[in-house]
Design a protein around this ligand. Structure first.
Ligand SMILES: [Zn+2]
Length: 110
């Protein structure tokens, strides 16, 4: 279990301006980021859901900011398709949730 499972750079669509990389591992309150400032407390895997897009695999990473003690979650939603029996990751949506798991919004994809 490690924050390394979440990439340091994900991409946000800016429409006509293309894609801009952001770091999703950032405290939503004090905006601190970096491996020394955030502590991974828990990793929660949900049951996978089959949808039209493929298989959706949701993972929540519960994180505490060591600077302001805010608890928040980074949620990864992996969209996987089976092609010739092989699993292929199509995309992953990244959302940030607050301590009560209210969705604070979509950050980007990788
Ligand atoms: Zn913070």
């Amino acid at each position: 279990m490690s924050l390394d499972e979440i990439p340091d750079r994900i991409f946000v669509s800016l429409g006509r301006r293309g894609f801009d990389p952001v770091n999703p591992k950032q405290c939503p309150k004090c905006e601190l980021f970096g491996p020394g400032g955030l502590k991974l407390l828990e990793k929660k895997l949900y049951e996978e859901v089959k949808s039209e897009e493929g298989i959706k695999r949701v993972i929540d990473y519960k994180i505490r900011c060591l600077q302001c003690n805010t608890i928040f979650y980074i949620r990864l939603q992996h969209i996987i398709q089976k092609i010739d029996g092989e699993e292929k990751r199509i995309t992953t949506l990244v959302n940030i949730l607050d301590e009560k798991q209210n969705d604070l919004g979509w950050v980007g994809n990788f």
